[in-house]
Ligand binder design. Structure first.
Ligand code: MG
Length: 300
């Protein structure tokens, strides 16, 4: 059966871990830790952890302390926490809610309650993630969207200026995209967009950012990359796209390249120059890479 998420149980009593696991392991992957330190480490190491069931009364770090540490760490702060406790008094409840724990379960454990509360928290967390992802990604291609690019690029530009490393940008446009749509229909057009996006995702990882800028236009931001290297990369990319032939169609791209100059402060200027180079690539026959030439263009 497909699991619906991953849950970490932190509890020093093995029998409680056992009962909670039994309640939840049909629907979720279960990880467990018998003390706070171990639990925090596991939470930091686990990707996509959806929920933590956290015992309050433990030797060493207690549940409140573990909760504080998890919430102070950006890598774990978004994981919902349900406290598990034998105590039930109003003061404790105030403390729990004040700490941002989402919910609590009291001992003795009632399986239907555990299952219902866990499901609620896991679902909420996953829905929130989905919304966040949608806000930053292009829905058709799953690449980053323009909104994310502009935000991330602004940070990259100040970082590149501060640490004095080269930063280049590729602006890429699919040639004759309109005629692909007109002749073969929009779903063919969508397939072409997705194929180009897939290649971009494969080619650019880690500190580079590839985004769908709009329509059939894509932008790649290359960190620690000079204009010369960017041109080589752009030509490799252009050749790979030409060789790709999605659904049997010949697809080519034009690419404008530009490097952040010493006196530049904004991403908009950098992008604008790549856009001008792209325009030249289109004007001079398409399926080519053109670099924005500071020398000649300054005179225009
Ligand atoms: Mg305990």
């Amino acid at each position: 059966m497909k699991k619906h998420g991953t849950i970490l149980i932190i509890d020093d009593t093995a029998s409680i871990v056992g009962i909670l696991t039994l309640c939840l392991n049909e629907q979720y992957e279960i990880l467990s830790a018998s003390n706070g330190e171990q639990g925090i480490k596991l939470a930091q190491q686990t990707e996509n952890l959806d929920l933590i069931l956290l015992d309050i009364e433990m030797p060493g770090l207690n549940g409140y302390q573990v909760c504080e540490r998890l919430q102070a760490d950006p890598s774990t702060s978004a994981i919902p926490i349900i406290f598990v406790t034998g105590k039930l008094d109003v003061k404790d409840e105030e403390k729990r809610l004040g700490m941002g724990a989402m919910d609590y379960i009291t001992k003795p454990i009632h399986p239907p309650i555990v299952i219902a509360r866990a499901r609620t928290q896991v679902t909420l967390k996953q829905q929130k993630e989905k919304l966040e992802k949608m806000a930053l990604h292009d829905q058709l291609t799953d690449l980053y969207n323009r909104h994310f690019l502009l935000d991330a690029a602004t940070k990259k530009v100040s970082e590149a200026i501060r640490h004095q490393y080269p930063l280049s940008v590729l602006m890429l446009d699919i040639d004759f995209f309109k005629s692909i749509n007109d002749e073969y229909g929009h779903s063919a057009g969508d397939t072409v967009l997705k194929s180009v996006a897939k290649l971009l995702k494969k080619e650019y990882r880690n500190e580079d950012i590839a985004a769908r800028f709009g329509g059939e236009e894509f932008v790649v931001l290359l960190s620690h990359c000079t204009q010369e290297k960017a041109v080589i990369k752009a030509n490799q990319l252009r050749e790979k796209i030409e060789a790709m032939k999605p659904i049997g169609l010949k697809v080519t791209v034009s690419i404008g390249v530009s490097e952040l100059s010493k006196d530049e402060t904004s991403f908009t200027e950098l992008l604008d120059r790549a856009d001008q180079a792209l325009y030249q690539a289109k004007e001079s026959g398409r399926n080519k890479v053109i670099v924005y030439d500071m020398g000649t263009n300054k005179d225009n």
